[in-house]
Design a protein around this ligand. Structure first.
Ligand code: NAD
Length: 780
């Protein structure tokens, strides 16, 4: 594949275009963001003194799109500096710029005639090697280029992002009849490797895969709820996590997407699906049409199926009552069938309890699940040659934990089919053929296993962690505790595994990582609380000593240790990461030393290592004023600052500039393994111990003064102030004069001392208990 991808043009800077542009610059590729020139000057433009010739007027739409995604607080962009990589352009003055772009993606209004016209314009200005794609949600990709010459069609295809493009993993690739194999393969590579998406190959059929099944499920719900006479709130209880779908279930999801969009996409299906299926299902009920007319479009108009209102007591959520045509309070009363199903531990048990029960809600759930399974099966091979693509699309584009065929396995293929047959349903032939060949499930047993033993052989298995063989001499240590929290047993295994790779000549290095959404929520608070309750000071001391030993073992290992943080990487999880030789982080990594929130100081080496890292950037020995460095470390810890993503984590000092950031979470562990091997090949050298210059009592006085002002300004509580002082004491090296040079061990001892003293305080104990029980911080 000899394609360049040095610059991308995104045409259309609306919700999707601007979101796509910001994601592409996040992947490191500059973007020209185009939109049309507004028809006329608005009153506001005139007030600003703009004329038809002003750039600010001509680029107004593209600029507004860019501003939306680069807004520091609400924007989708990973890093504010990346905004400089988005150049705003308009489709009248800047067409020559298209000639600089290797990939041109059309993201304009969903109208065939307008898209077709744009293609002609693009053909004139794009270079011959440029790949051109459309982000249409449902228009036939073949139709969009039907008037274009073959050489254009060969480098054209559909690349369908989901909203919001940064967070939704689905990337449907839809080749047209003439797309060349090289272009098709290259765009799959771009989607998966460069943009980090879950690529699903779709056929050129109405709404492709995700929206075909997703919209069907939505409209089906309207139909089936009529039969059972449930209201929206009741339906949402049944069609959410109990079915492996997001908490937003049916109607909160519809509010998120927008009722107008749902109307548009279901209309597209009504107009375009073949005669083989019952089209009437795609006609939305009259009451939904009325809601759309009344601007009850969902979150964008602040009212849809639900509406949030302010009350005397705070906020309340109301739900639309379609019969009385007004919003009424939500009851939050759970249906008994929902309670019964929720009590089951696994999704499989929840689903089976839900669909095979005898209650009204059970029958409703069965009807929904049965219809989605049959509809999906009947769409193979129409929309995808492989049923697995449908599951992937629903998982990545609709956040379903499991797709239709995974659900089918969970409720038993044979059992459910015999029930369907009793009800007179016709089972698709290909499913029956599979069954007749003895294939009683769609996937093998390990398909839904989340731990890494699905990928690598296990060499050691403990209750809360495992060590696996990634091959080529690289081991992987995987945490398996609740929230991947780090307890004393895991700490022992870390130290032992580091020793094992050091001593066993068969091993080249170690990866610490996992396959969950989050790397680690931090130290195991539950075991700390138990020791505090039992007044077990020796136990606490031993746990801290183990933590610090594990961190230092990683840091000074004589073979490379690479950590693969992702999602929540908090407290102890970050301490482990910071002690590694290199991190291979997923772009969506939220890191922070959040110990202050539970009333302690990071004591697994976190304060020490953040201090060391932040000092790496400055020549401390020639710098008389260490104040700004110390202040950064202290602020990060005292204010429990959590990074917004991996790029932000570099700015906060949690990751190094030399650490790697990967876009595709599925590639992360293999990249971490490659990193170990690369480091070995490049002549890995172990870390050398260095002394740390501290600011001592002078620095502490400065930080205490800042903390005092925060307390007086009611920014922190009196107890936060106490904790902030302990952090200051540790960060500044304790009771020593300014510019004293100390060892790492001295700072580690201060971390432990501060934490042990705080653990004796009732307020810290209350904070820990609260976090351990509710997962929420307590500000006491
Ligand atoms: P939008 O209305 O937010 O933005 C469309 C943009 O296109 C506007 O900025 C508009 O000024 C510009 N535009 C209008 N006419 C144009 C023309 N003739 N030439 C160039 N630009 C023109 O729409 P959107 O939601 O961003 O959708 C854009 C495309 O992406 C559509 O094809 C839509 O179906 C698809 N899509 C949307 C979503 C979603 O959730 N919104 C999801 C996936 C795909």
């Amino acid at each position: 594949m000899n394609f360049n991808l040095n610059k991308v043009a995104v045409i259309g800077s609306g919700v999707m275009g601007a979101g796509i542009a910001s994601h592409i610059v996040g992947a490191g590729i500059p973007v020209c963001l185009f939109d049309i020139v507004p028809r006329e000057l608005s009153e506001d433009d005139i007030k600003k003194g703009l004329t038809q010739e002003s750039k600010a007027f001509r680029n107004k739409f593209a600029q507004a799109g860019k501003d939306g995604v680069t807004n520091k607080k609400t924007g989708l962009i990973y890093d504010a500096d990346m905004a400089n990589m988005i150049e705003v352009c308009n489709l009248s003055d800047d067409l020559e710029k298209l000639g600089e772009c290797d990939w041109i993606i059309e993201v304009i209004v969903e109208r065939l005639d307008i898209k077709k016209n744009l293609m002609k314009q693009l053909a004139e200005y794009a270079k011959d090697s440029a790949i051109i794609t459309t982000n249409t949600s449902g228009i036939s990709v073949n139709k969009i280029v039907e008037d274009m010459p073959l050489e254009f069609r060969e480098r054209f295809l559909g690349t369908h992002f989901f909203n919001p493009p940064r967070y939704m993993r689905l990337f449907e690739v839809i080749p047209c009849d003439d797309t060349s194999e090289e272009v098709f393969e290259f765009m799959k590579y771009v989607g998966s490797h460069l943009l980090g998406k879950g690529v699903v190959v779709a056929k050129d059929t109405p709404n492709f895969i995700g929206n075909r099944i997703g919209v069907y499920s939505s409209v089906l719900t309207f139909k089936i709820m009529e039969k059972y006479n449930f209201n929206f709130e009741q339906v949402d209880q049944i069609t959410g996590p109990l079915m492996g779908r997001p908490k937003t279930a049916s109607f909160k999801t519809a509010d998120l997407v927008g009722l107008d969009i749902l109307d548009h996409t279901s209309q597209t299906l009504y107009n375009n699906v073949g005669d083989g299926e019952d089209k009437s299902i795609f006609i939305l009920p009259d009451y939904v049409k009325e809601m759309i007319e009344n601007k009850q479009l969902g979150n964008k108009t602040r009212q849809g199926f639900y509406k949030k209102v302010k009350t005397e007591k705070g906020k309340a959520v109301l739900v639309w009552d379609k019969d009385v045509k007004e919003y009424v309070p939500t009851t939050r009363e759970l249906l008994p069938e929902v309670v019964e199903s929720s009590q089951q531990k696994t999704l499989k048990d929840k689903l089976n309890t839900l669909v095979y029960g005898e209650g009204k809600a059970n029958k409703f759930a069965w009807d929904i699940i049965k219809s989605v399974l049959l509809y999906s099966a009947n769409r193979v091979p129409e929309i995808a040659d492989d049923y697995k693509e449908i599951d992937k699309a629903m998982n990545r584009g609709y956040n379903w934990e499991v797709g239709p065929f995974e659900i089918w396995d969970m409720i038993g293929v044979e059992k459910s089919i015999s029930k369907m047959r009793e009800e007179g349903e016709v089972i698709p032939e290909w499913v029956l053929v599979r069954l007749s060949k003895g294939k009683t499930s769609f996937y093998d047993e390990k398909h839904l296993v989340k731990t890494l033993d699905k990928m690598y052989p296990v060499v050691r298995e403990e209750k809360n962690c495992a060590v696996l063989d990634m091959g080529d001499g690289v081991l992987c240590l995987e945490f398996r505790s609740r929230g991947n929290s780090i307890n004393p047993d895991i700490l022992d295994v870390i130290s032992e595994t580091v020793k094992e790779i050091e001593e066993n000549p068969n091993y080249k290095g170690l990866v610490i990582g996992n396959n969950s959404n989050n790397f680690s929520a931090g130290a195991d608070l539950f075991s700390i609380c138990k020791m505090v309750e039992a007044n077990d000071e020796e136990g606490l001391k031993s746990m801290l000593a183990k933590f610090q030993k594990a961190s230092m073992d990683i840091k000074y290992a004589n073979k490379p240790v690479v950590v693969a943080p992702r999602g929540m990487t908090l407290g102890g999880g970050l301490e482990i990461t910071m002690h590694s030789h290199c991190a291979v982080a997923h772009a969506e990594t939220y890191m922070g030393l959040v110990e202050a929130g539970v009333g302690i100081v990071p004591a697994g080496g976190g304060v020490k290592e953040l201090l060391v890292r932040c000092m790496e950037d400055v020549d401390v020995y020639n710098l008389s004023d260490l104040g700004p460095v110390i202040r950064k470390v202290w602020e990060n810890i005292a204010m429990a600052k959590v990074s917004k993503n991996a790029f932000d984590a570099i700015k906060l000092g949690y990751l190094r500039k030399t650490d790697r950031i990967v876009m595709n979470i599925d590639e992360q562990l293999e990249e971490a393994k490659k990193q170990v091997l690369r480091m070995v090949e490049d002549g890995f050298r172990p870390n050398i111990k260095k002394a740390i210059k501290v600011t001592g009592t002078t620095g502490k006085a400065f930080l205490d003064y800042m903390a005092y002002n925060m307390k007086e300004g009611n920014m922190i509580s009196a107890y936060d102030y106490e904790i902030a002082q302990k952090i200051a004491d540790t960060v500044t090296g304790g009771d020593v004069p300014k510019n004293t040079v100390v060892t790492e061990e001295q700072i580690l001892a201060l971390e432990a001392k501060s934490t042990l003293s705080l653990l004796k305080n009732e307020k810290t104990q209350q904070r820990m208990m609260n976090m351990s029980k509710t997962g929420k911080p307590l500000r006491n």
